[in-house]
Design a protein. Structure first.
Length: 133
């Protein structure tokens, strides 16, 4: 019987140093707005935002561009009370990146109107808006 030989291969594992994000593109606050009838479920709001995901470009100190996803917080929106609210977004660092300590984060918000059920259809693609009287 032959004795099995052990083969050893030296391997060096290097961790990739994450790129440091030093700037973020500007957020244009009035690119979108949403309206929902009073008493809507939070899932209806989540579906509106999920239908068109939001991204911002981030730039590392070496000039490389990365795309960051905006994650939305709806906790300040009361779907049972008529009013104008703002969904607040925050950025998650793209894979293999970190935000610099002093990066200037844009304020990311989208208006959300909760309206009473006495609405009329508007001419804008069937979107329902509050009636004026």
């Amino acid at each position: 019987l032959k004795k099995a030989q052990e083969l050893q291969i030296p391997v060096r594992v290097e961790e990739m140093t994450p790129a440091v994000i030093t700037s973020i593109e500007q957020w244009y606050p009035y690119t979108n707005a949403f309206a929902l009838p009073q008493g809507s479920e939070i899932e209806a709001l989540e579906e509106l935002f999920a239908a068109s995901p939001y991204y911002l470009e981030c730039y590392a100190e070496n000039g490389t561009s990365y795309t960051a996803v905006v994650e939305w917080d709806f906790s300040c929106i009361d779907l049972n009370t008529v009013g104008l609210y703002h969904a607040t977004g925050r950025l998650t660092a793209p894979k293999n990146t970190v935000f610099a300590d002093r990066v200037d984060f844009p304020e990311i918000t989208i208006p959300v109107s909760v309206h009473a059920l006495d609405c009329y259809p508007s001419a804008d693609a069937g979107q329902r808006l509050p009636s004026s009287g």
